[in-house]
Write a protein that binds this ligand. Sequence first.
Ligand code: FES
Length: 180
Amino acid sequence: MIAAQSKPLAEEIIDEVIARHPERTGDVLAILEEIQQLHPLKYLPPETHEFVAQKMGVARSQLMSVITFYAFFNLKPQGRHTVTVCRGTACHTRGSKQLLDGLKAAAGFRDDDDEVGSECGAATSFTTPDCQLTIRTVACFGQCALAPVAAIDHEIYGHVSDLRLRKLVAAIDADTGAAP
Ligand code: FES
C-alpha cells in the first residue's frame, strides 16, 4: 500500500499543473508546491524532478537548487499528519526539547535516531514506517510569546505541555487509526 503510494505522480497530472501556469519559470515554486500537495505522501520523487525539468525546459540541477533551498519541499515520503515542534531559543528555554523527545519516544523512535529505517522519513524529520505521522522541527514560528509552540498539520498551539501535545496527537491518531 505504502509502496504504491510512494510512486511518482502520473505525468498527465503534472502536465495539467504546469499547463495552469503559463508563466512557467516565474511560477516554479507554485508548480512544485501543487505537485507536492497532489502526491499522496506529500513529496517530490526523483522521477518527478526529471519530468518537471524537461517540461519546463530547465536543467535538473537548476530545479534541484530550488527544491533543496526551500524547507517546505520534501525529498522523502511524508506522514499523513505532521507534528512540528519549535526548537527556537524561546521554546527551547521553555522545554521544547523534552516535548520533542517525548513525542519521538511515544512514536517509537530512539534518542539517536536521525532517520527512519524504512522508505519513509528524512534526515531532518522522523516519519513512522506506516507513513501516518511525521515529526519535524522548525527554527521559530514567530510566536515566541506563546512558547513552547508546536503545530499539528497547519494548526499552531501555544504553551504546549508534554501531556497536551500527546493528547492532541492521540486525537489525530484516533482519526488515522495509527500508533502511538
Ligand atoms: S522560538 Fe518558538 S516560536 Fe519563536
